[in-house]
Write a protein that binds this ligand. Structure first.
Ligand SMILES: NC(=O)c1ccc[n+]([C@@H]2O[C@H](COP(=O)([O-])OP(=O)(O)OC[C@H]3O[C@@H](n4cnc5c(N)ncnc54)[C@H](OP(=O)(O)O)[C@@H]3O)[C@@H](O)[C@H]2O)c1
Length: 295
């Protein structure tokens, strides 16, 4: 029987924990590390080996998958800066592939790629589309980019966490498409928040907005997902406002540097920042509804 492939998952938050569980389920030998150890510890019951440092997790494995908050968190973890322990990239030299799945934007993606090159580590830019539930159900869409020669070796990892993988060319194209997709996701969420609030303030049952959309050419399942949560006032985080504000910042930067007048993205950024400032950083981004109707 072939030896189990091994992988280290660095970052076991909303997304990283279920991704690690699905890798265990599909037969990978999985090590996990999280800055806050208590968030990684429960994964021992699923069959993962919980490590004290990121470098310990990465030692000798076939793949290292990063699923951390932002580019700075990924960089400090991989280089051992800050309080994140020894240098992970040195541990990986010449044998393991780095699958960078966090949403970090274009500049950080390039910076991380240079760090990998300098360390002699193979780097695949692989942000994912999909939130908590698709991560739990192994139904993410992986937006992979990097050296084509790595494609076959990465396929079994991506198949374990997702339902679909797109290979998009040289490293960085995945991060670009991720920003494009999230510009749509954030705009829809923000527009739904305003439509629900407008319906309510005009004396309508906001459920009418969703039922009138249903089945029409204007409809999208995401409007129902987020709209129903807003109407229920259920802001349990799938995609927290803090992450949404971070992504909106990356989208505005990408739009500005590429010459797009991103008026909608700027308005979305303002709304998401307002949600964070009002204390909803860890609530779902649908809490943007709460700052759409001033109290
Ligand atoms: N949630 C979604 O719907 C979704 C969907 C697609 C992509 N993403 C992207 O996936 C990534 C993870 O998101 P998530 O929703 O899983 O977020 P999360 O639950 O907030 O997890 C963030 C992770 O990053 C770690 N982290 C943050 N700053 C760090 C630092 N300076 N050093 C080391 N570790 C640090 C956290 O560690 P602690 O536990 O110690 O804080 C935690 O493990 C983000 O880039 C996000 O944009 C999220």
């Amino acid at each position: 029987m072939a030896e189990a492939r091994s992988i280290a998952v660095l970052g076991t938050g909303i997304m990283g924990a279920p991704m690690a569980r699905n890798l265990v389920r599909t037969g990978f030998s999985v090590r996990v590390w999280n800055r806050t150890h208590a968030k990684a510890a429960p994964l021992a019951a699923d069959g993962a080996e919980v490590c004290d440092t990121a470098a310990q997790a990465a030692d000798g494995v076939d793949f290292v998958l990063t699923m951390l908050g932002d580019g700075a968190a990924v960089e400090s973890t991989m280089t051992g800066r800050g309080d994140n322990g020894p240098n992970v990239l040195e541990t990986m030299r010449d044998h393991s592939i780095w699958l960078q799945c966090s949403t970090v934007g274009i500049d950080a993606c390039e910076r991380l790629g240079r760090l990998a090159d300098d360390a002699g580590v193979s780097y695949v830019d692989a942000p994912v589309l999909g939130t908590r539930k698709p991560a739990e159900d192994a139904e993410l869409n992986v937006l992979a980019s990097g050296d084509d020669a790595l494609r076959d070796r990465c396929a079994e990892v991506f198949a374990a966490i997702g339902q679909n993988t797109r290979w998009l060319g040289p490293a960085g194209m995945g991060s670009r498409l991720k920003l494009v997709m999230n510009s749509w996701v954030l705009a829809v969420t923000s527009a739904v928040a305003e439509a629900v609030a407008l319906a309510e303030n005009l004396g309508l049952d906001p459920a009418l907005f969703l039922s009138t959309l249903e089945g029409s050419q204007l409809d999208t399942p995401y409007a129902h997902l987020k709209g129903e949560a807003m109407i229920r006032r259920d802001f349990t985080a799938s995609f927290p406002s803090g992450g949404a504000a971070k992504d909106a910042t990356l989208i505005v930067a990408a739009a500005t540097s590429s010459g797009v007048n991103a008026d909608v993205a700027r308005a979305v950024l303002q709304k998401m920042r307002r949600a964070v400032d009002a204390g909803h950083e860890d609530d779902d981004m649908s809490s943007a509804y709460l700052v759409t109707v001033p109290s």
